[in-house]
Design a binder for this molecule. Sequence first.
Ligand code: HEM
Length: 511
Amino acid sequence: MADTTDTTAGGVAGDDTRPISGRTGGKASGKASGGKRAGKNAAATAARSGSTGPGGPSKGRTRPDKSTGGPAKDAPATTGGGAGSSRTAGEPEAATATPGAPVDGVSRRRLLGTAGAAGAAALIVGGVAGATGAEAVRGKPTPLTDVGSGVVPFHGTHQSGILQPAQAHGHLVAFDLTGGTDRKGAAALMRRWSAAAAELMAGRPPQGDDSGVALDAGPSSLTVTFGFGRTFFDRVGLTDRRPDALEPLPAFTADVIDGKRSNGDLWVQIGADDALVAFHALRLLQKEAAGAARVRWQMNGFNRTPGATAQPMTGRNLMGQIDGTNNPKPSSADFAQKIFVPDGQQGPESWMAGGSYAVVRRIRMLLDSWDNLSLDRQERVIGRRKSDGAPLSGGTETTRVDLDKMGPDGALAIPGDAHIRVAAPANNRGAAMLRRAFSYHDGFLDDGAPDAGLLFIAWQADPLKGFVPVQRKLDRGDGLSRFLRHEASALFAVPGGCDEGGYVGQHLLEG
Ligand code: HEM
């Protein structure tokens, strides 16, 4: 039976899909100046890869109004601004549209940035969460300006930084609570962090912040995501409310895990399309934690810069492969069920409604060995062409993978140990996760090898039905695993988002 893996629409994550073709730089004039800028090819590519769409450099870029500390008047709406602030056309299509496809030039990132997280989530999960999200984006188009102007709302059903395309710069940082921090102290910290994140994501320096680091920049699609590690629950006396899903991940044979760079009581994922904006958020949250929690480990990552490619494309990793193509599609009926913890759960884990579990792995690539492989061999290790990401069974990047296809030599077109064969949901009882990674490079090791690879982040409603079974399979029979070392590992419960006035984790800490 041929593989039924659906490759018809693009990945959500790991994609850099921001079109630059025909970009206008769009002054923030209230018109969607980038509206028609993506050409036919760009639109087609975006349709499969999760588009985002700031235009080129702009004189009318959005930035905080320094006199008031609020957003400049040309700033895009930040929270719940969807109604009346976004696109006019295509709402019905938007609800059913291929995720990521620019609709009248208004990209998915734009929709996410203007619909409000709840609306955006409803929009992109389509029928799963209901089509009401489409209503939230009805209204006047907002201008597409530049990279700095991208806004993602902090408040909503799900936390940000899961469904949005991975940004150009990322910081992953884990904290341990200090000895004296109890449940009340942890709640106060989450309240401070949530308030600061909401301000930062709106492009406003939080009260009392005069660091100036991000002063001239817009929000740059900043997202801040908070998670709780297994040990958090012991520290704050809530062991009875710890989800079973936070059971430690099993050891895998290819693991060379450094405990000091693994796990942690709290986790913060920061992503932004500007390095200073990302650092500013990191530094501010670290300062807010003073006395309550201290940094346990930190990792820095990156992706392709928005607009770096001539047309929207799925991003590449440091092995040069197009990575993210076959992520679960928000348009598929079971997307929400596979990625998010459902509402209406009774019992001690009900606080996780709308949340997700993040598996974080620092995976070093053995690039010297990899680079010694011929192109043909590299492609057979993955099962896809390097140039355009097309499966070796034929077609283009988005063509359905045919695992049964035989080559002219009578052998399987996609080898038995190819990464996409071993990892495919069809070969893992439907196990699926949303991969949203950052690349990293931390210099060179003593032997001259690059200390570089992937900050792999997998999102799922239950790690035992997502990452764990797939990694078990990969650990045993994956051609790619020979070129990888898993050097750090962590698992976090990432609660649902919060409403204005609330904070992330409130249902746990005050429930
Ligand atoms: C540095 C490590 C890794 C690299 C470089 C890598 C690279 C890739 C590439 C190039 C693809 C094909 C394009 C795509 O569909 O995204 C792919 C697919 C995939 N990878 Fe990985 N991967 C890595 C680690 C992992 C891990 C640890 C897992 C899960 C435990 C995983 C799960 C998957 C899945 C589920 C697919 C889609 C398979 C399909 O249905 O076609 N990958 N990966």
